[in-house]
Design a protein around this ligand. Structure first.
Ligand code: MG
Length: 250
């Protein structure tokens, strides 16, 4: 069931989004050769808790950290570790959620660690742009398929692929609500978008095959062919005045 939010709730979600976005920004500043992914996780947790919020991911389904940190061929759900030390040339996808005053914000960004290859940079740029393409279709009266089709078209036109096994989602009092928001689809198909819907759009884009597999820790999700993957996400509200990105700083 899709829960429509009042303007008051959307204002609260904007606060949660501001905190999530701030945590992600701080995490990104820490991405440097020699830093462990656990150090970045600690920065995220401290930032969120200092704002009087709670890390949405900590303990979610048993997830052991506050951020998912997914390096290079890891698509999503990478578990921060003191043993994982970032090196120059890595691309580092960080996914962060914060719950504040009863509502969640959820966002992700892929950061370059030092100088990265031209190919890695192009993949990151395409993924980020595909998110913005998707957001531009998050307009009342459109359908979910319009969002997915816009992301997919942008990505595939650049010979990358869109992950199918994981999708975006509604966000609200729960981190994951209806509807599912695929990064692929057919224009004009799917649930109709209404003012008051709040959704996370989060393209996961692979250099090679769209296929992924989950490692033995039951979280870490990697590309099936070992090639790179990037991930960008915003939580947005669909309003009478168009899409509003909730996960932005001031
Ligand atoms: Mg999400």
């Amino acid at each position: 069931m899709v829960i429509l939010k009042t303007a008051r709730v959307i204002r609260k979600m904007r606060e949660a989004g501001r905190i999530s976005s701030g945590a992600l920004r701080e995490a990104g500043k820490a991405v440097e050769p020699g830093v462990s992914t656990l150090e970045i996780d600690n920065i995220v947790r401290n930032y969120i808790e200092k704002q009087g919020a709670t890390p949405s991911f900590l303990g979610y389904g048993g997830f052991p950290a506050s951020a998912c940190i997914s390096v290079n061929n890891v698509v999503i759900h990478g578990i921060p570790s003191e043993k994982q030390i970032l090196k120059a040339g890595d691309i580092v996808s960080i996914d962060v959620g914060a719950k504040y005053d009863g509502y969640h914000g959820d966002n992700a960004f892929t950061f370059p660690c030092g100088d990265v290859s031209k190919e890695a940079k192009a993949l990151m740029d395409a993924t980020r742009n595909s998110l913005m393409e998707g957001i531009s279709k998050a307009v009342a009266g459109n359908r979910l398929g319009d969002i997915g089709a816009a992301v997919q078209r942008y990505v595939e036109a650049r010979s990358y692929s869109v992950v199918r096994d994981y999708v975006g989602h509604g966000v609200g009092a729960k981190l994951h609500e209806d509807p599912s928001v695929p990064n692929y689809g057919t224009p004009g198909r799917g649930v109709r978008l209404l003012p008051g819907m709040t959704i996370a759009i989060e393209p996961m884009v692979n250099q090679g095959t769209p296929r992924v597999r989950v490692l033995g820790d039951e979280w870490t999700t990697v590309t099936a062919d070992g090639k790179l993957s990037a991930h960008f996400e915003h939580t947005i509200a669909i309003t009478q005045d168009g899409p509003v990105i909730l996960t932005l700083p001031d």
